[in-house]
Design a protein around this ligand. Structure first.
Ligand SMILES: NC(=O)c1ccc[n+]([C@@H]2O[C@H](COP(=O)([O-])OP(=O)(O)OC[C@H]3O[C@@H](n4cnc5c(N)ncnc54)[C@H](OP(=O)(O)O)[C@@H]3O)[C@@H](O)[C@H]2O)c1
Length: 337
């Protein structure tokens, strides 16, 4: 089988090599991976910037993949040959709160990822792909989709009529906008590109703000909410956006802290957080139980993930990463295998 391997940090150092096909052991499922998608985290892992525990040699990247069951090992009950499946991001975090052990089980972090034509998974590490989704669409869900779901639905508990603000048009944010729409919220989407703002509108986003043309976008968000402030901000910017996010929120509103695209260390307005009783919620993807709830909602509402128009092959993985790093994409960048 063909596999993408990191042997030293750096996108350019990714190589495609041949490896023997794996076999399913007891309790395991062998999957022919059909698609994978990229997350910003994958960019960090390939470049060696994802913490001290990540591997930087002989390491298979990418957390998010989907495919078809080729064979099952002894004792497997949840799946049969021919089933279409998608991997759960944290292989060992099945339900409840996370702990230090199950947080080490993120695919494509400490353990090998899915950038290979075949991969075995423990049967508990997989879920069924909703019938209406293609494998590429399903492969967009484990990290970006579940993180957005955890933020908007499970942690912020978005209600119909709430105002949710999403930042930029990357994987997490576009899913967050889609789930907020599903929950009946009014959505404000931001982007640095007017063209991408049009695409957000086409998805059903109610209001848009270009954050480059309007760096003080909190003022616009407050105006849209008739001065009250928004209920939820899906924070992916980090240091460069947190100040505006706090200003945009209503008293008692929630900032879902997800990403640090514009930096991770910053002085922020603690007094405003205290006096406005703002809830700061760290979000770390989610567990399998949440993943299954999200898959049910996606099935029920026939929701289709937003994929960028450009798709790459496994051999083109370096170009796929470069495309993502350039920020040209809208939604998810996919690799078909
Ligand atoms: N906590 C978790 O479990 C978790 C899970 C997934 C991702 N994350 C984090 O969330 C962040 C987003 O991940 P992703 O995979 O969705 O990334 P992505 O697809 O690469 O998203 C990049 C997009 O974010 C937007 N952006 C960049 N800087 C921005 C800024 N200063 N203000 C507003 N938008 C900005 C840009 O959108 P426009 O081009 O439209 O301007 C850019 O195209 C990353 O920091 C990632 O590490 C965390």
């Amino acid at each position: 089988m063909r596999v993408a391997i990191v042997n030293q940090p750096g996108i350019k150092n990714l190589s495609i090599v041949d490896r023997p096909d794996p076999e399913a052991g007891p309790g395991e499922v062998l999957v022919r991976m059909r698609a994978a998608t990229l997350n910003y985290r994958d960019l960090l892992t390939v470049e060696g910037g994802y913490g001290s525990k990540q591997r930087t040699t002989d390491f298979i990247p990418l957390s998010d993949g989907a495919g078809e069951v080729i064979s099952i090992g002894k004792g497997v009950k949840r799946f049969k040959t021919g089933d279409r499946v998608v991997g759960n991001f944290f292989q060992e975090w099945l339900a409840g709160e996370p702990d230090h052990e199950n947080m080490k089980s993120g695919l494509g972090g400490v353990i090998d990822g899915v950038a290979s034509e075949y991969r075995t998974f423990p049967e508990y590490g997989l879920c069924h792909t909703p019938d209406h989704l293609t494998d590429v669409e399903a492969a967009s869900l484990p990290c970006a989709g579940l993180t957005a779901w955890s933020a908007v639905i499970d942690q912020a508990k978005t209600n119909p009529g709430d105002i949710v603000l999403t930042q930029g048009t990357g994987g997490v944010s576009v899913f967050a906008a889609q789930f907020a729409i599903l929950a009946g919220a009014v959505v404000i989407g931001t982007s640095s590109s007017n063209e991408k703002l049009q695409r957000l509108k086409a998805l059903g986003v109610d209001h848009t703000i270009n954050y480059t043309e309007t760096p003080e976008w909190a003022r616009n968000a407050r105006k849209i909410s008739d001065g009250r402030g928004v209920d939820v901000v899906v924070e992916v910017g980090g240091a460069g956006t947190l100040d505006q996010s706090i200003k945009a929120l209503r008293p008692g509103g929630v900032a879902c802290l997800i990403g640090v695209l514009s930096g991770s260390n910053h002085d922020f307005r603690l007094p405003l957080v205290v006096t406005r009783k703002i809830r700061m919620e760290g979000v770390t993807c989610g567990n399998r139980e949440q993943f299954e709830s999200m898959l049910s909602a996606i099935k029920q509402h026939n929701l289709r993930p937003a994929l960028d128009e450009k798709t790459f092959s496994l051999e083109e993985i370096v170009s796929a990463f470069e495309y993502m790093r350039a920020g040209k994409h809208f939604g998810k960048v996919a690799i078909e295998m």
